[in-house]
Write a new protein. Structure first.
Length: 69
């Protein structure tokens, strides 16, 4: 999955695959995680947010299953 660099103190890059509704986040600490069943609208809101780390913590981490890749 292709990711694009984002402006964040904790997140390095993010990518999204609409067909599988998979959000992939690469953290500056080195880990990469995929979040599943994430609607495209949530991805768009994430990318538009001023604080991507906060958005991820509040709206994605507690709502969607994930695994480290």
């Amino acid at each position: 999955m292709e990711r694009e660099m984002v402006a964040s103190s904790t997140i390095l890059s993010a990518g999204y695959e609409a067909a599988s509704e998979t959000l992939e986040i690469e953290f500056k600490s080195g880990g990469t995680y995929q979040y599943y069943n994430v609607p495209e609208s949530v991805y768009q809101d994430f990318m538009a947010s001023d604080s991507k780390g906060k958005f991820l913590h509040v709206y994605i981490k507690s709502s969607y299953p994930c695994s480290r890749v």
